[in-house]
Design a protein around this ligand. Sequence first.
Ligand SMILES: Nc1ncnc2c1ncn2[C@@H]1O[C@H](COP(=O)(O)OP(=O)(O)O)[C@@H](O)[C@H]1O
Ligand SMILES: [Mg+2]
Length: 362
Amino acid sequence: MSISIENLTKRYGPLTVVHGISFNVAKGEFMSLLGPSGCGKTTTLRCIAGLEDANGGVIRIGDRIVSAPEQDVVVSAHERQIGMVFQSYAIWPHMTVAGNVGFPLAIRKVAAQEVERQVDEALEIVGMRHLRDRHPSQLSGGQQQRVALARAIVGRPRVLLFDEPLSNLDAKLREGTRTEIKRLQRELDVATVYVTHDQEEALSMSDRVIVMDGGRITQAGTPKELYRRPANRFVADFVGRASFIDVTRMNGSGWSTAAGVRLRLDDAGAPPATRYQAMLRPESIDICHGAARGKADESDNILCGHVVESHYLGAYTEYLVEASGAKLKVHSRSDFDVGAEVTLRFAPEFCRLVALGDEDRV
Ligand SMILES: Nc1ncnc2c1ncn2[C@@H]1O[C@H](COP(=O)(O)OP(=O)(O)O)[C@@H](O)[C@H]1O
Ligand SMILES: [Mg+2]
């Protein structure tokens, strides 16, 4: 089944927190809602689940309208056949593992024997069947998370929803659980909406990512599209590490920095705006000692500058290089002293033009 959201609006009193957003998630698709805290991700998810009443718009699961307040249609949460995992796990301490996992079936009045069978199946899938009679207090955080996962998939939901399910796990466990959630989702082949503020999580797990800001969708695309071609400064900044240089269009063609250095960049499809910046990813910049000498490769961009900061990160060092009036993050495995004169080189395809909106910080 697919999920379709059309013009979803949600208000709390006078405050509008979701401003008429629209998107579709196809059957089997893994879609993330990514954005900073407070941008409306959880609210959107809870409206899909039926845990919040939307104020406007239409939500469909498959062909069925489950929420259309303007037409007085609201299908209750437990009739939507959704599996959901919450950030807090929300498992009940007084019930056993099996009791927790079987709860959604029990309230749907499924026969006891069938509940047992489906609970064991779900626990088997998450590797927790041997712990079915334990209580949550006898489980680790990672195991509690698996109980929450098993409860979400029991009874074969039509749609899966996740709200920051990994944020309470430590870094190592988080990585393993990521892989596991992906595997589960593929196996079940259901439309999935995954809420996170962690860009790495969103990029690594999703077929598509929707970036939200202030209750609105800023950009939707595949992880590669977002990383390589962010629509504006907000997305460029939020997804991955990035540096920015102010640029202006030169008479004729091409772009120039404030210091008058000509840049070739990827400006295809950039939206109209009054101000622009060139965005650079730290791993796309080559850095070498000294001022540029000899004839540069015609197609590459070259900037001269000096190192102002250096942060050793093990696999590489992140340098901050002041060049052409901007401070650029550069990743390199070579050593450079703070103060050293350096030359930066980068190909036009890794130098992306982004528009500055009125709301963007400069
Ligand atoms: N029950 C509520 N009553 C009033 N405001 C709320 C309520 N729940 C969320 N909000 C507000 O709605 C906005 C979006 O919240 P939320 O969807 O939880 O954001 P996110 O999940 O992206 O961090 C925030 O400004 C938050 O303070
Ligand atoms: Mg949230």
